[in-house]
Ligand binder design. Structure first.
Ligand SMILES: Cc1ncc(COP(=O)(O)O)c(C=O)c1O
Length: 398
């Protein structure tokens, strides 16, 4: 017997739920790619993507996923043999660094781990040691994720930017905002970020297939001499006047229609409100996990509360099978949770709270997890969903 009939809740950290308005916006005939409204659409999207990154720099839209945007970011500013520093705080900066290594870039990892954020003081110390007498250093770039979807950590990009400046280092700061853009502030120019990248399928509520890169003036200057440039990813090509050049070929029309609608939804709600909604719902999840943790079998992956991010929560299940819990939630109740990845594989499940999410979706998800904990006999503190309810009742005023 199951109680899963009806709408399924997708609570994995991307792709996320696509709003009906976005789906409807894509349901239309193809249009001319050489003239007419599509050209204005591209202009508006490039402008608004830069706006979401909070930069006066240039933005680029690729037909790609996040891995492609990683490659776009790297190839446009680096050359074979360059050295870069990767700041570890989970899986994804490491993955980005691995891509660089395969392109002939020398990669050093500033060791971190799955359970904590990057420490800006450690970044500053490593960069000071790297600095040469002329003020430069051997590292050409520093790679970091704002939110690591595997660990559920949020890194303080402003503080990392500050650490780089305090060390007097001139490496480019390159940030993966795949799991954070559109869900929390990203102040590219203010934080001193040179290259930022993201994808369409998480906070931006659009199907997978579009990726975004934003570049500061300094990054575009470095780009001129980058040796890894290739025709498809190349910024200079994409800055050409012809509409065709902006996508290095046929534009992904329907994804662009969807993205326009998704950005309109975000901008109409107001980015500050969107960020606040993410915080409130994330905290509701944390309140529930905190209550369940009293049973000793459940815990937060990220140890320090202030380092837990507002888009996904990785939950450790000590001595119990997270896959059994996920299977119950899916097969019996129609809620699909994320599985643990990397070092957390087989040890954790992840609850996504990013993108097109609201209180009923989060409360439904939390209640189903609590039902599963009871049905599977996983020891847990009672009242997790109630703790989330109490939090939202107090914070979301009448
Ligand atoms: C933080 C982060 N960076 C990069 C990626 C890779 O993106 P994609 O799967 O779209 O290639 C992901 C995917 O989950 C991610 O969470």
């Amino acid at each position: 017997m199951s109680v899963r009939a009806g709408r399924e809740f997708l609570a994995i950290p991307g792709p996320t739920t696509v709003p009906d308005e976005v789906l409807r916006a894509m349901h239309r005939p193809a249009v001319d790619i050489y003239a007419g409204p599509l050209l204005a659409l591209t202009d508006s999207l490039l402008r608004d993507v830069a706006r979401i990154f909070n930069t006066r720099g240039r933005s680029y839209i690729y037909i790609s996923n996040g891995h492609g945007a990683w490659e776009a970011a790297l190839t446009n500013v680096l050359s074979k043999g360059d050295r870069i520093l990767v700041l570890e705080s989970g899986r994804f900066a490491i993955g980005w660094g691995d891509a660089a290594r395969r392109m002939g870039v020398e990669v050093e990892v500033l060791k971190g781990d799955m359970r904590r954020a990057v420490r800006p003081a450690e970044v500053e110390a490593r960069l000071k040691a790297d600095r040469k007498a002329d003020g430069g250093g051997t590292f050409k770039a520093i790679l970091v994720t704002q939110i690591d979807t595997a660990s559920g950590v949020v890194n303080d990009i402003a503080a990392i930017g500050q650490a780089i400046r305090a060390a007097g280092h001139d490496a480019l700061l390159m940030v993966d905002a795949v799991a954070s853009l559109g869900c929390m502030p990203f102040d590219m120019d203010e934080w001193g970020v040179d290259v930022a990248m993201s994808g369409s399928q998480k906070g931006l509520m659009t199907p997978p297939g579009l990726a975004f890169v934003a570049a500061s003036d300094r990054a575009r200057e470095v780009h001129r001499k980058a040796g890894l440039r290739t025709p498809y990813w190349d910024w200079t090509e994409r800055e050409g006047d012809l509409h065709y050049q902006k996508y290095a070929g046929t534009p992904p029309e329907h994804l662009l229609f969807g993205l326009r609608q998704a950005l309109d939804l975000l901008l109409t709600e107001g980015l500050e409100n969107v960020f606040r909604r993410h915080y409130l719902l994330a905290e509701a999840v944390r309140r529930a996990v905190g209550a369940w943790a009293e049973g000793q079998a459940i815990g937060f992956n990220i140890i320090e509360p202030s380092e837990r991010c507002n888009t996904v929560t990785a939950v450790l299940l000590n001595g119990h099978d997270p896959e059994a819990l996920r299977a119950y939630c899916d097969q019996k109740c129609g809620v699909i949770l994320g599985h643990g990845i990397g070092e957390l594989s087989g040890k954790a499940f992840r609850v996504a709270h990013m993108g097109h999410v609201n209180a009923p979706m989060i409360m439904g998800t939390l209640s189903v997890i609590e039902i599963a904990l009871g049905a599977l006999g996983v020891p847990h503190g009672k009242g997790g969903a109630q703790a989330a309810i109490d939090w939202l009742s107090a914070e979301v005023k009448a």
